[in-house]
Write a protein that binds this ligand. Structure first.
Ligand code: SIN
Ligand code: FE2
Length: 220
C-alpha cells in the first residue's frame, strides 16, 4: 500500500539491487540531489540546447539530446561519433559540472566499479511517446569503465537486454532518482527505453531526463 505523503507515487526506498552480473540498480540514489542535478542540466541546456539528432538512416530521433564533458556523443547522416565541439554551436561542450562528476563517481563506486573517471555525459530528454530502440553503447572505444545512468522526472520502462540482440529484454521500471550502472561483463549489453507515458513530474514537468556518464578513449 502506498502512503499519501510521498513526493511521487510509488517511489522506492534507497536500495541496491543486482539485476545481472555487472548490472546494479541503485534505487533513489540521487533523489535528494535531484533539484541540484536538474539545475546543472538546465545550465548545460543554456550552453548546448537540447536538439533532436538525425541518425544515419535519415530518421530523426524522438529523444532530444545534449552533452557535457570533454566529449559529447552526436549523430547525423554521416554516423555516430564523439566530438569535443558541439556541432550545433561550434563551441566546446560545457565542462562537466562538479556535482555531476562526483555523483557519477559515487554511483560507480556503490556498484563496485571504483576509479570511474567520466569524461562524457550524454543527456537525454524524453517527452511523451519518446523512446530509444535497443542498442549497445560502443562508440567509446574503451569498455573497461562502466556506464552510469541517472534518471529524473517521469518514470520509464528500461529494456534490459543481454549481450545478444535476439534475446528478449527484461522490462525494468525506472523512477525519479534511480541510478543504473552496468559494466565489466555487462558493459556491452543491449538496452533501450520503451515509449514514455504522458505525465507531469513536480521537478521536470512533462519530461523524463536521463544522464549517461561514460569514459571515452582519447583519440589516438
Ligand atoms: C541511453 O541508453 O543512452 C539512455 C538510457 C535511458 O534513457 O535510460
Ligand atoms: Fe545507451
Amino acid at each position: 500500500m502506498h502512503s499519501d505523503n510521498k513526493l511521487w507515487p510509488e517511489s522506492h526506498d534507497l536500495t541496491k539491487e543486482s539485476l545481472a552480473e555487472g548490472v546494479m540498480l541503485l534505487r533513489a540514489f540521487c533523489r535528494e540531489d535531484a533539484p541540484l542535478i536538474y539545475s546543472a542540466v538546465q545550465k548545460v541546456d543554456s550552453v548546448s540546447p537540447f536538439r533532436q539528432m538525425i541518425v544515419p538512416s535519415g530518421h530523426t530521433m524522438s529523444v532530444a539530446m545534449t552533452n557535457t564533458g570533454t566529449f559529447g556523443w552526436t549523430t547525423d547522416r554521416q554516423g555516430y561519433r564523439y566530438t569535443t565541439v558541439d556541432p550545433a554551436t561550434g563551441q566546446p561542450w560545457l565542462q562537466m559540472p562538479e556535482i555531476l562528476f562526483s555523483l557519477a563517481r559515487r554511483a560507480a563506486e556503490a556498484a563496485h566499479f571504483p576509479h570511474f573517471v567520466p569524461n562524457s555525459c550524454l543527456i537525454n530528454r524524453y517527452s511523451t511517446r519518446a523512446r530509444l530502440s535497443l542498442h549497445q553503447d560502443k562508440n567509446e572505444e574503451d569498455y573497461t569503465q562502466p556506464i552510469v545512468s541517472v534518471s529524473l522526472g517521469l518514470p520509464a520502462t528500461f529494456l534490459l537486454g543481454t549481450l545478444r540482440r535476439s534475446e528478449t529484454p527484461r522490462r525494468i521500471r525506472i523512477e525519479h532518482g534511480d541510478v543504473l550502472v552496468w559494466g565489466g561483463p555487462a558493459r556491452l549489453i543491449f538496452h533501450g527505453v520503451a515509449p514514455i507515458a504522458a505525465g507531469t513530474h513536480p521537478l521536470t514537468g512533462a519530461f523524463r531526463i536521463n544522464l549517461t556518464f561514460r569514459h571515452v578513449a582519447e583519440p589516438h
